[in-house]
Every structure is written in structure tokens, then in C-alpha cells.
Design a protein around this ligand. Sequence first.
Ligand code: SF4
Length: 341
Amino acid sequence: MPLVIPIFISHLGCPHRCLFCNQHVIGTPAAGAVVGGRQVSGIEVGSIITTWLARSRPGNRGQVQVAFYGGSFTGLAADYQEELLGAVRPFYDKGLVSEIRLSTRPDFIHSDGLDRLLRHRVTILELGVQSCDDQVLRRSGRGHGHGATCAAVDMIRARGLQLGIQLMLGLPGDGFGTLRRTVGEVIRLQPDFVRLYPNLVLQGSGLEALYHRGGYRPLSLGRAVVLAAWVQKRFDEQGIQMVRMGLQPTLSLTEALVAGPHHPAFGELVQARIMLGRTRQVLAGVRSGEQVSLVINDRDQSIFRGQRSVNIQRLRQLGLLERFTLRTDPDQPRRTVRLEP
Ligand code: SF4
């Protein structure tokens, strides 16, 4: 796992106000990073990196990423981008930082801007795609359509940068049909990784007003878990890595949360649901009264059980718990269950 040094530039560089967005809340970082609302300087960037490197264990310094999160980096003024990236350069040149990543909007990707990023050794670009459906994008106030995403992906790929795509579940106008099309489109675009966030109603966002007027109903937690599990399985089939599901639980997020499927361990709930489904599927082919052995990856033991052993309880209710013994194998692919003969 690389050491990721986060630098938050929340809302900076972004003239938009997407309906769901309150970057001042979701961008509030862990200790050591910079809070948005004021411009972080290149000097501050340098001191953040120095502090993180000094605090890190030597074993973690092999692969160090500096990540500019929040806001829309490529929408910042060109000289300010130069200042921020230039502050990372000395660390990069000394081999103390190996990768620079940043996030931005699809319609803020342009040829000259990408050339600047390459000059400063940026290697990973994350696009806030959110949905590939034009109607969902319009109702969410994104200010661009899916065509902008396709054009941005082509330009990023042409320059050999790694591509991450951020998606959201349950935006206004989003349903299973639009989600299915979005996932199909993302598979076609072949990103290196994906992040998935269930949409939340946050204080101060445009969505809050809509929600209070009865014009928006968020997903329930259960429905969000079911949809996210479906998305994860589709990406698993295609070898597309899902690096995160759900927002980091922070105090400011908890305070600003008005409604929606937030859970501090959302990703774990999703993985547990997938494991339960796969276990049931495997056991469905076993004759009644027969005892079998199931094999899972040793790192999947907690998602096999589920939070508070919810999966174990469910298997017991279904009369399936006594039908198998469990064995772990480090070579078993993650989130899969094998029936041992
Ligand atoms: S583009 Fe990103 S930072 Fe800007 S308003 Fe939308 S979600 Fe917020």
C-alpha cells in the first residue's frame, strides 16, 4: 500500500455548484492536510509533505503519493497549479515522492492543461464522472454531459496517464436503468480504478432544499448496499478495481449529514453482501444432508461473517450453516467462495 499524503483544495478551482455538493464538508481532511476555503500555498504543500514523511514509518516510504483531493484541480489558475505542483517537485526529484494524483471535472480537461500536468510528473488523474447519463447529470446540476467525459478520457489515455473514475449512486433521476448504462459505459472506458459514493443530502447543498421540498428521496442504506454490490460484481468480472466505496466518516460530515445512506463502513457492508450471495449460490448446488468444505481468501474472513455476524445468522436461518466447514487459502481470489470437493 502506498503512503498517500492528502492535500485538500476543497471547492477551489470550481465555479460550479453541483446540486449534491458541499465540498467544505466532504473535503475536511484528517490531521496534517489543509482545509479548503482559503488558498493553500506552495510553501504549505511543502511543509505538509515534510511532516507526513517525518511521521511515516520507514517501511512506508517506498511508494509515496501526493494526492490533491477535492475541488477541480485543472480549473485552478495556471500559475497557481504551477505553484502547487512545483512545491512537490523537489520531493519527487529526490525520490521521496513517487506519484502525484489529482481529481478534477471532465470538462476541465484540455490539451495544454494536461501538458502542464505531465511536465510536473502527475501520473494519476481522477475524473468526477458521477453518472454517464445526460439526464441524471443535468438534474444534478453538473453543467456537462457524458460527451465531455468521453473526450476527457480520450485525452488522458492519449497521454498515458492512469485514469480513475468517481461515480455516485442515487443522484436525482438515477435508477437501476441509468446505473446499468453508466456501469456499461465505464467498462467501455476502461479506467484503472473506480470510486463509488452513495449520494447524500448535505447541509448547505442545493439538494438539501430540494429534499425539504419533497423533490428528492435518497436511497435507503439497504438499497444503496444492494446497488453497490451489483456494481462491484460487474467491475470484478471486468477486472476493474474498486478502490473505495462510501465517503470517509469525519466529524464534519456527520454534523452536516441531513439524509441519505451514509455508513462508516459502507464498503464492508457491500463486500459482506457479495460474500453472502456467493456463499448461498455455491451451497445451492449441494445436496441436502451433504457436508462440504468452502474456501475463501484469508483476508475475507470478516466480510464472510458480516458486521455483527449478520451473514452467519442469515446462513443459520436458512439452514445452511451446518452444511459446511470453512477453510482459508491466500490464493483464493478476493470476494469469492470455492467449493472443495
Ligand atoms: S464539480 Fe466537484 S467541487 Fe465543483 S461543485 Fe461539483 S462536486 Fe463540487
